[in-house]
Design a protein around this ligand. Sequence first.
Ligand code: F6P
Length: 744
Amino acid sequence: MRLSLRFILPLMLVLAGIAYAVAPLVDQLTLRWFVYDLDSRSSLIANTIQVPLQEQLAVDKKAKIVEFFNRLTQDERLFSVGYCASPTGKILASRSLPPEIRCAALNRWEGPGDHLLPSSQGLLHVTVQPMPSEAAPTGRLVLVHDMSFVTRRSKETKRYVFYLFMGLAVVVSLVTVIIAQLSWRGWMAGMRSLLRGEGLLRQPGVSVPPPNLPEFKPIARDLQRLIRELESDARARDEDQITWTPESLRAILQGELRGEDVIVVSNREPYIHQRRGGRIEVQRPASGLVTALEPIMRACRGTWIAHGSGSADREVVGKHDRVAVPPGNPAYQIRRVWLSAEEEAGYYYGFANEGLWPLCHIAHVRPTFRSGDWTQYVAVNHKFAQAVTSEARSKAPIVLVQDYHLALLPKMIREELPDATIITFWHIPWPNPESFAICPWRDEVLEGMLGSSILGFHTQFHCNNFVDTVDRFLEARVDRESFTVSFGGKLTAVRRYPISIAWPPEDGMLQKTVPDCRSEIRRMNDLPPEHQFGIGVDRLDYTKGIVERFRAIERLLELNPEWIGRFTFVQIAAPTRAGIEEYQHHEAQVRAMVTRINGRFERQGPPTIVLKVEHHEPHEVYEYFRAADLCFVSSLHDGMNLVAKEFVAARDDEHGVLILSQFTGAARELPEALIVNPYDADQCAAALHLALTMPATEQRDRMRLMRGLVAEFNVYRWAGRMLLDAAAMRRRSRLIGKTGRGEA
Ligand code: F6P
């Protein structure tokens, strides 16, 4: 529209100028034509009245002649008529003859030449015709025409000329604008698709196919170079910055993202208010997601939307279901979403945790899919989408969607807030296409996720699996060079962002010294001073390989009986998803195994395995980490596993050994750990023995390297990289938006 106005207005002005310049010429021309007309008319009148006038002159009846002249001037244009018998005589004339016209002055208008007479009555046209008679051989007839009609007509003509030019301007503008719009749209569609990296190929689902024109190529090359420079700028910033801190995150939000609000959405909330007797207690859930995102939210100070699952959650929220956290030192808001028991059963226990969870983990537990669960999953995702829309303070917020509970949310948000930057992070593994195909609603899940601007996984392997799955089941365009998926005209970047933890750890976590932690934990668990002990911290989940871990401990004692009575393993197992049958079986199996192994190796003193199925707050877990000789993470499949990184962060004394399953994302980042296959009990037993006998110097060397990595690749970097990518993406769409400006 603006482009059209920019074009039409000057064109109108130019044409109005031309009309203005042309008008006097038209005036002169019409005047000449009218004078010529009046000359002819005068001759005609003179010829017509010659005979009756000569008859009157012959009888010399002056009064009759004047009356005759007066009658003649009843003609609208004939202003006046006069007759001069001789140049010296007195003029016989009708009533209205102007005083300038006298017999002595008639030469002026005789013959060809200027016949115009400006007078007090306006412009007059005067002709003098010879009218000889016997009595007056030099007699002359004067005919005076009123020319005011010329002025009137000239005004009308000017008006018509002006209208003509304006009409012309409008027609020319419209034709030009329509042609320009058509070619501009085609051109812009081509440019946009090029900038989105779609090449010059036709893209399914896009109504305007990008034209395959060679003239696009140089412009596209320049623009793409510009975008690449902007993006590599962001990457360089990431690489240059060795220490990522809450301040670096805040700087990105204020600078690159212009202070835009951040909204996090997850099923699990970071603080749960529980009623215990007469008191309300605040609990920090055992969740890798919460461990990672909580420090981010403290730094970014946005809103975290989550399911209010605590028994006292409703009691502490304000009018809009919000509560400020952390308690005592509020930095951000939790906006709670309430779910009915039926919704929670279908969405959380059912589709998310009996369907997607085993589907993605491939830990030999069959996924269960029920249509009733799916209905609740869709409905609850809608509920979260509404919460996001109501919390968004701008049309283009940054929304961080977390995990498999909310796979449909990105598309739902995109429909309500098309300009939002939606970063979805999938905290669990993504299986290969064949495995994922089991899901009866696989297309809907994939389409939901592709509402994201950026889709993050912990490892490149999971990114590859996702892209392969999309390629196999959806009509989407997958670009393996840029790792983007174009679906329904929207582009999603699929990226690897290995999640991490806050570095340095939260205040208070390292306050108690390592020797103090050791003696405290030993005292609590009746472990003698020289007794070695290992720690495992997990939710009581079958994917964590707790059964395999205990089998490895049993094997250690079989292969190296010298450890019987000298080694204890403390397993902290946070209760989780207890409403699901598979989890109940798993807990029973774990408990039975502990009883059996403890019975088998029973001696005086502490048991082989201490199982603590109860919730522990983060500072209590850190105390165990700092006290232990080794930490054993034996997940059968895990996106990242932050317990491994937390153990490393807890050991500022540079002691302790990490045994880590090769099936965790963390194993790719921490090769200095003892990497094991949890299904191989002998190998795990050997790793346990190696850990228990590892010299302090080797422990220090390994721990130092791991601590260096976790410090550098901390959670601020994880979030920072996503936000920098989001900022680059927003710049890119602004650029595409700008090249698209000028639409009518
Ligand atoms: O591992 C996936 C995940 O969602 C984590 O992000 C989180 O640590 C854990 O599951 C928590 O599970 P839940 O919310 O069911 O207790």
